[in-house]
Design a protein around this ligand. Structure first.
Ligand code: NAD
Length: 285
């Protein structure tokens, strides 16, 4: 499966990673963002990853140039009109995603697949009221997209079987390990992961242990690759908080999913992890 034209909406942490994965597999990619600074950041990210690949002998200099040339960086959603599929990776907000899908369903060909990388929001709601809802599905990559093998293929109430199978096989062609999930808040992984973050935050609130101590116990003694706080910093505390809020609301305010005020305050302060230079830990800006 090579040679598709793929639109990616949102050039942040996930969008830039997904765009790179697709470009490296021979697809033409249009990476779209409303913020030109994010497009510049994505360009620099591509250059640095591809240069490292050349240095390590994984690809030739010519391949690097060809992958880079296969990506166009655009600020206008309308440029995605001829795409065979579009993968949306903007902020985890239902109103924003709905408005983007409304535009995409008007701009794009009726047979183009419209996919969302949402971590937790309802695919059924995103597709609700739009024409051809059978082509709207979740295609949920994990962070960092070029490294993590898992992709959840999420079927909303009106998503088509044929389309879901195509997305599943497309994920395989990208070298990923897809899994089908039905449309429930947080799907599989983010539902399982909520207690990991939430309970760690409660331990912190109760002053049982500190941030570094909790991370260290879970990684060094617990065998987790990353502790709950360093992982939130990597994901983005804003994104993580939005996912927790969405899962909490999706489960009709079940106490076990209740968000933490510590996380809320970090978002309010703008100390949202690595991307802001500060979260639970400090980073070089
Ligand atoms: P991010 O904050 O890094 O990037 C979001 C991007 O969307 C920004 O560049 C922003 O400028 C852009 N944007 C905002 N409004 C836009 C619009 N109207 N049109 C085009 N671009 C717009 O966020 P992220 O971490 O990449 O998360 C994106 C999505 O992926 C979310 O739905 C999130 O839940 C999901 N996700 C995140 C992770 C993670 O670990 N960060 C993992 C899996 C899935």
């Amino acid at each position: 499966m090579a040679g598709y034209q793929i639109g990616v909406v949102g050039a942040g942490t996930m969008g830039s990673g997904i765009a790179l994965v697709c470009a490296k597999k021979g697809h033409r990619v249009l990476l779209m963002d409303v913020d030109p600074a994010m497009l510049e950041k994505a360009k620099a990210y591509f250059q640095s990853v591809l240069s490292r690949d050349v240095k390590k002998g994984r690809i030739s200099e010519e391949e690097k140039v060809s992958v880079f040339r296969s990506v166009q960086f655009v600020e206008d959603l309308k440029k995605l009109a001829d795409s065979d599929m579009v993968i949306e990776a903007v902020l985890e907000r239902m109103d924003l995603k709905k408005s983007i899908f409304r535009s995409l369903s008007e701009i794009c060909r009726p047979d183009a697949l419209l996919l969302t990388n949402t971590s937790s929001l309802s695919i059924t709601e995103i597709a609700g009221g739009l024409r051809s809802p059978e082509r709207i599905l979740g295609m949920h990559f994990f962070n960092p997209a070029p490294v993590m093998p898992l992709v959840e293929v999420v079927r909303g109430k009106q998503s088509g079987e044929k389309q879901a199978k195509f997305v599943y096989e497309f994920a395989q062609s990208l070298g990923k390990v897809p899994v089908y999930a039905n449309d429930t808040p947080g799907f599989i992984v983010n539902r399982v992961a909520r207690p990991y973050y939430n309970e760690a935050l409660r331990i912190l609130e109760d002053r049982v242990a500190g941030v570094e101590q909790i991370d260290r116990i879970l990684t060094e003694a617990g065998g987790f690759k990353m502790g709950p706080f360093e992982l939130q910093d990597l994901i983005g505390i804003d994104v993580n908080f939005a996912v927790t809020e969405s899962v909490y609301s999706g489960f009709f305010h079940e106490r076990r999913f209740q968000p933490s005020r510590i996380q809320q305050k970090m978002v309010q302060a703008g100390t949202i992890g690595r991307k802001s230079g500060e979260g639970y830990y400090e980073y070089d800006k």
